[in-house]
Design a protein around this ligand. Structure first.
Ligand SMILES: NC(=O)c1ccc[n+]([C@@H]2O[C@H](COP(=O)([O-])OP(=O)(O)OC[C@H]3O[C@@H](n4cnc5c(N)ncnc54)[C@H](O)[C@@H]3O)[C@@H](O)[C@H]2O)c1
Length: 261
């Protein structure tokens, strides 16, 4: 465990599973106190217990980020638990896929509600607490290559992520004067348990996806977490309003064929 983030308190939302869970572990390993927050309280508590078991400080919290009052409560409770939270990582997502012609309006709204509205409510609650307390901080959102590189069935998801990217830049502009940096990390496919399962069951052609990526493979969750730790750290102190592709070159590939190797 190093101490790059020692003295910091990070709220990681969507941290009960997948990339968020790995981020929570990596941020704790870098020395931060971690609030593991998620809609799923049971899994969030298990993730926090895992982190505590390796000697770091973690607590869990339940939040539904589409509710601004719950976002404010999350930040206030984290502040009460201490130290004052100055880092926020948002990994919450609702995955729903549908061909655009058959897209159900309610489902469209839910995906955008969690992916974009919730991200804003959470950021706003966090920044309000920081500006009121006169504390500087950093926010990192999880975006996706889907914001710039559309995928079938993912119109709502891609639209939410494109909005998230625009919001990241807008909040960086407005909150820079308060010393709050706002950035995003945009992966292509990441080998989370859920993605691996989709691959095993034949629902996602992972080999073909890997061929599309110049580095020839999917990202490991740790590789996304490393970028999140960097953007949360002082080493990123002059970086704000950026969407950092962590995609093995996926977004650099404009070719129609697999990357030659
Ligand atoms: N997995 C990938 O391949 C991949 C690729 C590109 C981008 N991303 C992005 O990375 C992030 C994490 O993805 P993942 O695959 O690990 O997701 P995941 O589905 O494994 O985990 C998401 C978590 O968010 C929580 N959540 C959902 N709605 C919430 C709400 N309203 N309030 C609070 N928590 C809520 C869920 O309970 C879940 O624990 C997402 O933003 C996703 O878009 C993932």
């Amino acid at each position: 465990m190093d101490d790059e983030l020692s003295g910091h308190h990070v709220i990681v939302v969507g941290a009960a599973r997948g990339i968020g869970r790995r981020c929570a572990h990596a941020l704790a390993a870098a020395g931060a106190v971690v609030t593991v927050a998620d809609l799923d309280g049971e899994l969030a508590a298990a993730a926090a217990a895992e982190i505590s078991a390796v000697g770091a400080t973690a607590r869990s919290a339940v939040v539904d980020i589409v509710d601004p009052a719950q976002c404010a409560g999350l930040v206030a409770d984290a502040a009460d638990a201490g130290p004052f939270p100055d880092l926020l990582v948002n990994c919450a997502v609702l995955y729903r896929e549908s061909p655009a012609l058959e897209q159900d309006p309610d489902e469209w709204a839910q995906v955008v509600h969690v992916g974009l509205d919730g991200a804003f409510f959470l950021s706003q609650a966090f920044a309000r607490a920081l500006t009121t307390a006169g504390v500087e901080g950093r926010i990192v959102h999880l975006s996706s290559v889907s914001s710039t590189h559309p995928m079938h069935g993912k119109a709502a998801y891609g639209a939410a992520k494109a909005g998230l990217d625009a919001m990241t830049r807008a909040l960086a502009l407005e909150w820079g004067p308060h010393g709050i940096c706002v950035n995003a990390v945009a992966p292509s496919h990441v080998a989370t348990e859920a993605i691996e399962q989709l691959g095993t069951s034949g629902l996602l052609p992972l080999d073909r996806i890997a061929e599309r990526i110049p580095l020839g493979r999917l990202a490991q969750p740790d590789e996304i977490a490393d970028a999140v730790v960097f953007l949360s750290s002082d080493r990123a102190r002059f970086i704000t309003g950026q969407v950092l592709g962590v995609d093995g070159g996926y977004s650099a590939n404009g070719d129609w064929a697999p990357a030659p190797r």
